[in-house]
Design a protein around this ligand. Structure first.
Ligand SMILES: [Zn+2]
Length: 86
């Protein structure tokens, strides 16, 4: 009787310790996406400084006419990545 009770008391403690270790290991990874989130939102939040435009349906490059989803501003024109002056 007493031996069974000792085992029951010990087992839950071991399980809790394992859970804590797993949670601690995941914590750093959970913080990483949060750090990137502000950067991902930045272009939309500051259109005045945006140098590229996104077209979900695609848009023709003003210089070569290639249809691309993303064009970069080059003076008054919007051009594809190949035509953009880096
Ligand atoms: Zn182009």
């Amino acid at each position: 009787m007493s031996e069974d009770r000792s085992l029951d008391d010990f087992a839950p403690d071991g399980a809790v310790d394992d859970s804590d270790e797993t949670t601690d290991a995941d914590a750093p990874d959970a913080d990483a996406p949060d750090a990137d989130a502000p950067d991902a939102d930045a272009p939309d939040a500051a259109p005045a400084t945006a140098t590229s435009t996104w077209h979900a349906d695609g848009a023709a490059c003003d210089r070569c006419g290639e249809r691309v989803e993303r064009r970069w501003r080059d003076g008054e024109a919007f051009v594809c990545a190949d035509c953009a002056a880096w």
